[in-house]
Design a protein around this ligand. Sequence first.
Ligand code: SF4
Length: 253
Amino acid sequence: MTVRASDIVLYMSCPRQAYFVSRGYKLDRVIATEYVEHLLLKELAYRFPLLIKNDDLGELPAYLNDIANDAQGDLSAIEKSQIMDAISNIDVDGIIAGMENAIGVLGKDVLLQRIVPWKKEYLMHSRRLDMSGRPDKLVLINGEILPSIIKTGNKPEYGVWKDERIQLAAYALLVKETFNNPVNCGLIEYARYGEFRDVNIKHADKRIALRIKNGVQKVIDGPLPDKPRKVPCESCAFIDLCRVKKSLLSSLF
Ligand code: SF4
């Protein structure tokens, strides 16, 4: 089975998560407020370019309410009250302040160049790498195609989290295969903060991405991996599955 770039991120979080997802389980099946926030913020981030283009940052809360009222896709299955709870946790003023800062530092045109998608959720597939991936955006800057990911969780103080860098490296490999366009830079949008960060993608990151991809392949094709020592079980939707004895679990798949 072809490895998806998103599986690489799961594997870095916990190899068992990659195993369960490869067997059809959904990691987001527990509808926690955090998950609803993620859906809302992601949808909102896709509208950032319009808000900036129209000098409409003050309208951001209204855009968020529109997304809630219009609840499409995964949001359509969620209770309105749960959506409103999630909205109350989103710091809209913080997002606006972050975007104002980005406009001040980069200028509106440069910022728009970085966040207006050339292609949205474009599926790339490489038979040679036996890998596929669908970054949130591909952006076109001075003839170069860069992968861009929208993140809705916390941001590090500087730079980006390691798993995000490796995910971008996997997308960079796929862009090179698909468009014959070498990629040494990617972008992360921290939607919760209205912040946009450039990421240099090094050769070492691409090597790590390929190494982890091989690890994912083994997990997909193999038996249930052992539970690693340091993994985020408290916030994992698979916690009940993982409580079942390993011998019994292996016989289920
Ligand atoms: S419950 Fe823990 S061990 Fe099991 S998949 Fe989730 S993070 Fe991994």
